[in-house]
Design a binder for this molecule. Sequence first.
Ligand SMILES: NC(=O)c1ccc[n+]([C@@H]2O[C@H](COP(=O)([O-])OP(=O)(O)OC[C@H]3O[C@@H](n4cnc5c(N)ncnc54)[C@H](O)[C@@H]3O)[C@@H](O)[C@H]2O)c1
Length: 445
Amino acid sequence: MSDRYQTLIHTPIGQLLAKNLGLPNPVTLERWSEGSPLVTGTVALGGDGRLGDVLVTVLDELGIASVRDAPADQTYKGLVFDATGITSSDRLVELQEFFTPLLRSLETCPRVVVLGTPPESIGSGAERVAQRALEGFTRSLGKEVGRGGTVQLVYVAPAADGALASTLAFLLSPKSAYVSGQVVRIGCHGSTAAEGVDDWTAPLAGKVALVTGASRGIGEQIARVLHRDGATVLGVDVPQAASELQAVTRELDGDHLTLDITTKDAPQRIARHVMETYGGVDIVVHNAGITRDKRLMNMKGDTFGSVIGVNLTAPERITTELLEQKAIRPNGRIVGVASIAGIAGNTGQTNYAASKAGVIGLVDSLADTLGDGITINAVAPGFIETKMTAAVPLATREVGRRLNAMSQGGLPVDVAETIAWYANPASTAVNGNVVRVCGQMMLGA
Ligand SMILES: NC(=O)c1ccc[n+]([C@@H]2O[C@H](COP(=O)([O-])OP(=O)(O)OC[C@H]3O[C@@H](n4cnc5c(N)ncnc54)[C@H](O)[C@@H]3O)[C@@H](O)[C@H]2O)c1
């Protein structure tokens, strides 16, 4: 769906109006294209923590140029600050000392990452306080950085210091175009290790990925990105969407299964199909979802129930069946698609928000139990340009689009790239996360 305002504001007259009237002036976000390097520029490194050496090695491995003691008269595509050495609040000023001189030297769509130690893993009160403070710093810088820039905080459990590669590859590249102000935890649930990746251009080679709701919108794009990264995609959608689903999966040399995920035997049919055809599945993306919006005072039982059924009960039942059948292979990935509505709530969406908060509950309930290197994470999209959001009334749509640090809606590919990061075999230590793909929307946490 097109954003007419953004098109208009990029004309000469639009730029004049934006400047004189103080209107939102959304930057055209850079997005990754096949064959491009992960980062087109240099990343300046700072901070004095335990991750300094690891950082240089990982960035080298990823082909990302980096520099320490970066002079402020050069320009940088990214800044990474190792804040794991900040053990008391009086040392928080080291953040200011590093960032302030360099913020004017950033290129467009810059990437900023701060690395810390998960506060809950720290015994000492002073260090715990200082590490927790990083959250306020990064979330605020995300709102300040501008020019399509993003800022994230990555808490790395000490045992997971070697598991940073896939996360830095994502957060420093244009793949994370619409992800900002997020707090990611690595190695805090289950595995702290990372499987090596031979070929970063096809990290999912040999993997089988199940994507529900794959015939259109975000699901279609997830299928395309996972295929781009080397996976064989099994798309699932309702019988009414069979021809669109087939068209997508045919183009991707994939496979399809037409069924309504809420039917009684859907979990068994899916499990049987993946076992008989592939001997198991590596990546499961619960993307299919519906909205049936009404204020609670006007809501009927079946309207409420159908949304819970598709968005929450079906992913729960399918996950349980696949796990019970041991159909998810070691180092497998389960990904839920939640929503910002499940975090912040939304008028007319008690049913939808309950279902999406439940998806976050599914992540919380399973993250510590899966074993075998299997992970579960969720994305929580904000305003993404799809048929679902095209149906939203104009005024609400404009508010959704502009009330975020990027002043624009995201694209389905932004959600898909986040899922591809979770799916990466090197992301075994990325478990139990809920990352918002919302351009740092003003609503919610
Ligand atoms: N678009 C947004 O801004 C946004 C924001 C937050 C979350 N999300 C979530 O992202 C996901 C995809 O959203 P979208 O905008 O692409 O929606 P969409 O309506 O364009 O696509 C949803 C897909 O799910 C399929 N589906 C619905 N019910 C099904 C069922 N019972 N069995 C099998 N397939 C079923 C549909 O046929 C469709 O292909 C949903 O879970 C949605 O809640 C979207």
